[in-house]
Ligand binder design. Structure first.
Ligand code: LMR
Ligand code: MN
Length: 346
C-alpha cells in the first residue's frame, strides 16, 4: 500500500485489504496496514484498538498487550482498550486483581463502547476466581439487566434465547430416557473401560480447580469421535452412538471425568445453552457434591442425572478415592433438526 495516497483513498484501500484479510483469517497480515493508519491518524485510537483485536484473533496476546500498553499510555481512559487489557490480563496472564480493576473501569456506569457480554462475563468470572462472590453477583445482575446473560445464574455466551431454562432436568422430562437407561444398565462395563484407559487422561487446564486434581478423557468432541478413542472404550461408544443427539452434539463432548479426593471446582458456567449434560456415576461417588444454581445433588454409582451446565455450577469431592463419572452432552431437546445441523460447533 502506498504511503503517499491521499487520506480518503488510503482509507478505502486499507478497508478493502483488511476485509480480505479478515475473510481469509490471516490476521497478522493486517499489522502493517494498521501501523500505516496509526502513523497517518495518530489521534484516532480506533486503529490501535483494531490492531489489538487482530493480534488477539491471531492468538498473539503478547503482541496485543504491547499495543494496549501504548494505547493506554496515550488514552488512559479509552474504554475499549481498557476492556481488552482486562481480558488479556485475565485470560493470558492470570493477573486477576489487575484484570478486575481495569474491567470495572471499562464497564463503569454500564455505558460506553465496551459494554459487551464477554467483558461482563470475564469480570464476573475473575471475581468468582478471587472468591469475591458478592461483587461477582452484582456484575452478573448488571450483565443480565443489559440482556447479556439469560439470567444472573445462566451466563453462557453462545445461546439460542427461546430454549427452556432450568438448572436440573428430570431424565423423564427429556427424550433421553433410553440413553440414560442404557448407560445405567452397562455402568460396570463403562467403568472398566474408563479405568483401563487411565494412562490417556489429560489434566484439566482451565484453572477451574481451587484445589485438588481433575483430569478427563474425551471420547467425542464437537459432534465427532476423537480419532481412535472409541477403540479404548467400545461399549461406551456404542451406547453413545445409539443416540444421535449425543454422538452428534456439536456443542458438547462425551468424556470420562476423574476427580481426586479433596478437589474443589470453583463456580463456573459452560459456553452454551444448547446442550444438556448427562452424568453417569461410576466410582467413589460417596461424599461428592455438585451444586447447579441453588440446588446441590450427589452422584450415585450406576445412576444418571441431567443438568444444564450453562447455569453456574460447582463441585466438591469430600470423600475418598478418585471419583469417576461419564459425561454425555446431548442437544437441548427444544432445538430443531435444522438448528442441530447449522449451529456452529463449540
Ligand atoms: C463440570 O462440568 O464442571 C463438572 O460437572 C465435571 C465433573 O467432572 O464433575
Ligand atoms: Mn463445568
Amino acid at each position: 500500500m502506498n504511503e503517499r495516497l491521499p487520506d480518503k483513498k488510503l482509507l478505502e484501500v486499507a478497508q478493502r485489504t483488511i476485509d480480505r484479510i479478515q475473510f481469509r483469517g490471516t490476521y497478522l497480515n493486517a499489522e502493517p496496514i494498521y501501523r500505516l493508519l496509526i502513523r497517518r491518524f495518530p489521534e484516532n485510537v480506533h486503529y490501535r484498538n483494531n490492531l489489538t483485536v487482530s493480534f488477539l484473533m491471531a492468538n498473539r496476546a503478547d503482541l496485543a498487550d504491547e499495543v494496549l500498553k501504548e494505547t493506554l499510555r496515550l488514552s488512559p481512559n479509552d474504554r475499549v482498550a481498557l476492556a481488552h487489557h482486562g481480558f488479556v490480563l485475565k485470560t493470558h496472564y492470570n493477573k486477576l486483581e489487575e484484570a478486575v480493576n481495569v474491567l470495572y473501569k471499562a464497564l463503569e456506569g454500564d455505558t460506553g463502547p465496551a459494554i459487551e457480554p464477554r467483558f461482563y462475563y470475564h469480570l464476573g468470572d475473575a471475581l468468582l476466581l478471587l472468591s469475591r462472590f458478592e461483587e461477582a453477583h452484582e456484575v452478573h445482575k448488571r450483565g443480565a439487566a443489559l440482556g447479556h446473560f439469560l439470567s444472573p445464574a445462566q451466563r453462557s455466551l453462545y445461546n439460542v434465547p427461546r430454549l427452556k431454562s432450568q438448572p436440573w432436568w428430570p431424565v423423564k422430562e427429556t427424550p433421553y430416557t433410553n440413553l440414560a437407561r442404557a448407560l445405567e444398565r452397562s455402568w460396570r462395563d463403562i467403568l472398566k473401560e474408563g479405568e483401563a484407559a487411565k494412562a490417556l487422561y489429560e489434566k484439566e487446564k482451565e484453572g477451574l480447580k481451587e484445589r485438588g486434581e481433575w483430569s478427563q478423557l474425551d471420547l467425542f468432541a464437537r459432534g465427532a469421535e476423537i480419532p481412535g478413542r472409541c477403540a479404548q472404550a467400545p461399549k461406551t461408544c456404542a451406547i453413545v452412538r445409539s443416540e444421535a443427539a449425543a454422538a452428534g452434539c456439536r456443542r458438547g463432548q462425551v468424556k470420562f471425568s476423574l476427580m481426586a479426593a479433596g478437589t474443589h471446582v470453583r463456580p463456573h458456567v459452560g459456553p452454551t445453552n444448547c446442550r444438556l449434560r448427562m452424568h453417569l456415576g461410576l466410582s467413589n461417588t460417596k461424599d461428592t457434591y455438585i451444586r447447579v444454581d441453588k440446588e446441590t445433588r450427589q452422584w450415585q454409582t450406576g445412576k444418571t442425572f441431567i443438568f444444564d451446565d450453562s447455569f453456574e455450577h460447582e463441585v466438591w469431592h469430600n470423600g475418598s478415592g478418585s471419583r469417576l463419572v461419564l459425561i454425555v452432552d446431548v442437544w437441548h431437546p427444544e432445538l430443531t433438526a435444522a438448528e442441530r445441523r447449522s449451529l456452529p460447533a463449540i
